[in-house]
Each structure stands twice: as structure tokens, then as C-alpha cells.
Design a protein around this ligand. Structure first.
Ligand SMILES: [Zn+2]
Length: 267
């Protein structure tokens, strides 16, 4: 990681006055957190819910978020309280924005966090006896595996179709069927059983490079549609968290369309 370069880039970005909004003044290299906090701040229903639900319960992160959001409406704000609450001790260690998005929502009161919460049903069907098993799980985001398409553009719409497309598991991946009491070929698939009010997609931009024997970042272009339709729900794009650099180091920024001014700005 080129520490000086990242630090210089961060300072430059912090000093720009390019929107109607304020930046976050944080110690170290916590751009992974700042980008997520700015998106949460700019999510109207979440901002309101945190203010409304803000419990005195010290186990939630609501009080710290509520204070931060209040500060951000007036001036550049400091993230120290949130950093302490999340237990981040080394502010110079780069982390993953998606991991911290999830961590913040897990620590937020359920009433506020539910805006981002969806539910999936995973179904497995034995191809021999047709016995079907269903299991439900909640999600904060849907992970889409970006494919290395040799410089072609990856389509988020196609990625979502692939995510929900059923697949057969066979060979070494056979599933154990309780009714047959044996490992069998099976159909596997998942569907949304509860649409989150706000849908978050995680683009997994890395693959294993067998030549280097390590994971590498995929830098291909990605086509993100302005509007997505999933099971009778329409989602309009309003925020993107971007990562520049590679898997060993880089910088996160967020592009957010304001619900107040409808202008897109870089945070
Ligand atoms: Zn069976």
C-alpha cells in the first residue's frame, strides 16, 4: 500500500467544496467507514428513523449516529464516537466498507435498521424423490459475483438474474436428502420473500488468480441501471460506494444523489 499517496488523496478530497453537504473529519484511513456513513446520512428514512427511534439503550449505535447526523447537517463532523462504538482501535488499518455497513446495521436498533433488511427463501429439491426443503434467512445486501469478462462490461441486471437463477448441484456437490437418506443430485434456488425498503447490492469485484495464487481485483466496467425491478418492487439508484485501488490498498468514495436537492455529489 502506498500510504502517503492514499493520505494525500484523502486530504485533497476532504478539502474540496463540491456539494451542498459537509465532509467527515476522521482520524487515519477510515474512508471505508466515511463512505458508508455518508450514504446512511443521505438515506432520508434511515436518518429520520435513527432520530425517532434513538433509544437510550447503550447497546445500540443509535445515539452516536443521531449525534453524527445532527452535526453533519450543520458542519463538517467528527466520527470519533462512531469509531469508538464500533471498536475500531487501529484507524490506519484499511477495512472493507461492506463489512462495516453490515456491522453498523447490526448495531442499530431494529426499528431503524429494518429499512435495509430483506428476506430470502432458499429451496432445495431432491431430484430423485422431489422432497423439498425451504430455509429462510434475512439479508442486508445481495452479493453479486462479478465475472472477469476480459474487459467487457459487467451488467448488474444480468448479475441479479444469475443470483436468482436456480442451479443443479451434482457430483461432489450433491446434497444430503433426508427422505432418501442419501446424497442426491438436487435443484437449488432462492427467491426474495421480503423486499427491503432499500435494496443494497454488493459487487464482489475479485477473483482467484491461479498464476499468482492470490485474489486479484477485477477492474472491468460495470453497468449499474438507474432503476431495477425485483418482484413487483421498483428501486431507484441513489448511492454508490466506489473502491479505487487494489485488494491490498486503495480509497473509498461515495456518489450520492441528494433527496433534498436531487443533485449527485461526491462524498
Ligand atoms: Zn430424495
Amino acid at each position: 500500500m502506498n500510504y502517503d499517496l492514499v493520505e494525500m488523496f484523502r486530504e485533497k478530497l476532504d478539502s474540496f467544496t463540491i456539494s451542498d453537504y459537509y465532509g467527515l473529519n476522521s482520524p487515519g484511513l477510515t474512508c471505508y467507514l466515511n463512505s458508508v456513513l455518508q450514504v446512511l446520512f443521505m438515506t432520508e428514512d434511515f436518518r429520520e428513523a435513527v432520530k425517532r427511534c434513538c433509544s437510550k439503550d447503550s447497546t445500540t449505535i443509535d445515539p452516536q449516529l443521531e449525534r453524527l447526523f445532527g452535526d453533519l447537517q450543520r458542519s463538517m463532523a467528527k466520527t470519533h464516537d462512531v469509531i469508538n462504538k464500533l471498536g475500531i482501535t487501529n484507524v490506519y488499518e484499511q477495512r472493507d466498507a461492506a463489512e462495516y455497513f453490515e456491522r453498523i446495521l447490526c448495531w442499530t436498533s431494529p426499528e431503524a435498521a429494518k429499512i435495509f433488511k430483506g428476506e430470502l427463501n432458499h429451496k432445495t429439491e431432491c431430484l430423485k424423490c422431489k422432497d423439498r426443503n425451504d430455509s429462510r434467512s434475512s439479508f442486508w445486501f445481495l452479493p453479486l459475483v462479478v465475472e472477469d469478462l476480459l474487459c467487457q462490461t459487467y451488467s448488474v441486471e444480468d448479475g441479479l438474474k444469475a443470483f436468482f437463477k436456480g442451479k443443479k448441484v451434482c457430483g461432489d456437490n450433491k446434497m444430503f436428502c433426508n427422505r432418501c437418506n442419501k446424497k442426491r443430485n438436487a435443484d437449488f434456488g432462492c427467491e426474495i420473500t421480503h423486499n427491503p425498503e432499500i435494496l443494497t447490492l454488493l459487487l464482489k469485484r475479485f477473483s482467484f488468480d491461479y498464476k499468482c495464487r492470490c485474489y486479484v481485483k477485477l477492474h472491468c466496467n460495470v453497468d449499474v441501471p438507474q432503476t431495477l425491478h425485483i418482484k413487483n418492487c421498483k428501486y431507484d439508484l441513489y448511492a454508490i460506494v466506489n473502491h479505487f485501488g487494489n485488494l491490498t490498498g486503495g480509497h473509498y468514495t461515495a456518489h450520492i444523489k441528494s433527496f433534498e436537492t436531487h443533485v449527485v455529489s461526491l462524498q
